[in-house]
Each structure stands twice: as C-alpha cells, then as structure tokens.
Design a protein around this ligand. Sequence first.
Ligand SMILES: Cc1cc2nc3c(=O)[nH]c(=O)nc-3n(C[C@H](O)[C@H](O)[C@H](O)COP(=O)(O)OP(=O)(O)OC[C@H]3O[C@@H](n4cnc5c(N)ncnc54)[C@H](O)[C@@H]3O)c2cc1C
Length: 412
Amino acid sequence: MSVIVVGAGVVGACCALTLVRAGYKVTLIDQSAPGSGCSYGNAGSISPGSIIPMALPGLWKKVPAWLFDKDGPLSVKWSYLPQAAPWLIGWLRSSSEEVANSSAAALTALNKNVMENYKNMIGPKAYSKLIKATGHLIVQKNKPTGYGDRFAASLREAYGVNIKELHGEEIRDLEPVVGPQFNYGIHMQDGGFTINPKKLVNALVESFIDAGGRFVMNQVRDIQADNNGMYAVTTRTGTIITNKIVIAAGAWSKRFLSEDKIKIPLETERGYHIMLHNHNVQPSLPVVAADYKFFSTPMEEGLRLAGTVEIAGLHAQPKWNRADMLLEHAKQVFPGLSAEGSSVWMGHRPAIPDSVPVIAESKSNKGVFYAFGHGHYGLSGAPNTAQIICDLVLGNKPEVNIEPYGLSRFQS
Ligand SMILES: Cc1cc2nc3c(=O)[nH]c(=O)nc-3n(C[C@H](O)[C@H](O)[C@H](O)COP(=O)(O)OP(=O)(O)OC[C@H]3O[C@@H](n4cnc5c(N)ncnc54)[C@H](O)[C@@H]3O)c2cc1C
C-alpha cells in the first residue's frame, strides 16, 4: 500500500511519520524544503489547553472596531472582501455558544497528550533540545469581563484546562520582564513551546526518513483517479501512481478540493512575525499579550513576536507594517525593550471558520484524505491529526469521535 502525503508542514510531517511507522510505503512531497510554509514562522506554542476557538460569543460587536483600527488584531484587504465574504460570514456564525462549545470539545480531544506525542515522534534527544515544557503566560492589563472572555473562561473550566490565575505582582514573580500595568494573568501550566518550529518539522521528517519514508521536493499540480482504484499524482516533473493520498498542504490545500461534492470553507488568515535578534529583554516562557493579541516567544534565534490576522488571500504582497506594529506593542508589554537587528516574516494560516481542522476522507474520491485547516493551533493538533489520518487510511475506527472534524458540518 503506497501513500503520498502532499505538504511537509508540521501536519503533513506528522501524518507521514505516523503512516510510515504503521507499515505503509510513504512519499512526502513538498514544493519547498520541509517546514517552509506556515510551520516556519509561528509562535512555537504547543499546548493541550489551546482549545478556545477564534470565534467567540460577542464577536459581532468587536469586529467593526477592529476593522477600523489600523493597529487592530484583524485586518481585511478590501479588494479581497468579495472572495472572503462567505468565510467571514461563516466565522461570525461560528461565534454562537453552541458552536464555540463544540469547537472547544473537538480541540481538547485533538490536542490531548501533545507533548508526549512529540517526544515519541522525534525521540527524547531531539525533544529535549527543541521543546521546553514551560506552559505559557497570558497577560492582560485587567481581568477581562466581556461576554466572550467569560465564555472562554467557562470553556477552559469545562474542559479541564490546567491554569493558574495570577494577580498583580504574582505575574512578575513568574515572569519579571512583564510591565507593571499588567495586573491579570493566566499561566497555562501544561504544554510549552519549541525554540525552533522549522527544526521541529525537520526532526519529524528525519524520523520519517529513518523509518523508511521518502521525501521528494516537487510541486503537486494535479490529482486524478485512474480506472483501477489508484491515483495519478502529477508533479512539475512527472506522475506518481499511488493507492492513497493525504492532502496536508495547509492553506494551499484549496486547489485540491474543487472535485469534492462539499464546499469546504478554507481561507487563509495571514499572520506575521518579527524576530528580534539582539534584544535586551528575555522572557523565560511564551507571553501572550491578550490586549494586543500576540505572542512573544524566546526562541533559539531571538525573541519572536508573532500574531495578527489579515484576510487577504494567498497572493497579496505582505504588509510589513503589520510586523512592525508587533514591536511597538511589545514595547508596551516589556518596558525598555530594544533590539538591534530583526527579520520579518508573513505566513498563511489555514483556517476553517469554527477553528476546527478538516480531518476526513474526501466525499468524492475514496482513498483521498484531508488534513488541513489547523488555524492558530497547528503545532498542538498535528500529532493527533496524524493518528486519526493513519486510522482512517488503515480503515480502523479512530479512538476519538471524528464527527467534529468531518465534512458534514459544511452541508447546509
Ligand atoms: C503568526 C503565526 C503564529 C502562530 N503561532 C502558533 C503557535 O504558537 N502554536 C500553534 O500551534 N500554531 C501556531 N500558528 C499556526 C500554525 O503555524 C499552523 O496551524 C501550522 O503551521 C499549519 O501547518 P500545516 O502543515 O497545515 O501548513 P504549512 O506549514 O503551511 O504546510 C503546508 C505545506 O504544503 C506545501 N504545499 C502547498 N502546496 C503544495 C503543492 N501544490 N505541492 C507540494 N507542496 C505544497 C507548502 O510548501 C507547505 O510546506 C501560528 C501561525 C501564524 C501565522
């Protein structure tokens, strides 16, 4: 049985590794080196407790203010609005209590045991080099009291997220570099972060190759079923015949979905980072400034400030002021922050309106499996996504209820 996995981001790399360990002949294909897409520049947070969907009750009221604030956490390229409108409407619709609650349940199951799973996947040596079990810290100037925030807190409680609330100086006892104006914090105690997301993907791909897998750098152009129940995967340079295919091409998966009977609302939420190379402030764990909605993560190559959501599709040029804005906001969080030397990056989060990825077999093409749409939490959800995909490919019943990740939610 041969399987081709399209896309060597964190999701595809986990899928390929899990499938090769299950005994399949697996080829992992990416148009670039592994971990060059969205999995390259993220904030590195790995957290079983990252279960709060982006669309929360009360979202309707917040969006207009965000859109008209040029430094706000959400930006929409107006010329792209007609294309993005169905997704944006789906996103607003997902902000009901009912949908947000079922998304949190689905993300809880998906992120379970993520740290242990990575250790098992890349081995204890690479794990201790690349992953730190610090948890992460969310800070705010004051305890939030809005509808959405209260609802998020109730979800964390309902789904057993291990948190510690911090007040006033308790924040600086845990993380001294956070400014005194931040009076409320949540220490997400489980999980941690990777000091280098690209190296994490490389480590997964190395384990995959060690287990007998093959990585090919090439662009997949087309996928066609042949008459013998096999698939022809056309690349830039030729055609490969395979039994099964896993589409894990992140935000670019869309080009492979046109044949599906069901219209899957996959959009990209573009995000940015600015990496400060020589900086004078060093948090010991990732700090999320919830008032500004970005992460500051102490990485191998510097302090990475990452976040923001920009709806502008796959082809628009980056707007680097979105990355510069992160530095201005970080100066509000870490008093006296200065840096010499920085680099900026923009990446395409693959996003589904309800924040729950698609992990399912295609409705139209049996033997083609989908593993994309992990939005803001791809590092946390990738290992269990891979386990579900492996079970589906093998024809086994996955341990978790897969209904929430399926396609029926998109059928009206
Ligand atoms: C600013 C920012 C911060 C983030 N912070 C976090 C965080 O702290 N924690 C977290 O869990 N998540 C975070 N995320 C989200 C996370 O990065 C994504 O969910 C995750 O990387 C998605 O992985 P993926 O493998 O699905 O996609 P990608 O990493 O984008 O991989 C898709 C791959 O498919 C390849 N591909 C596409 N088309 C083709 C083709 N036709 N042929 C061959 N190859 C193809 C691409 O080259 C790419 O390598 C963040 C995202 C951003 C933007």
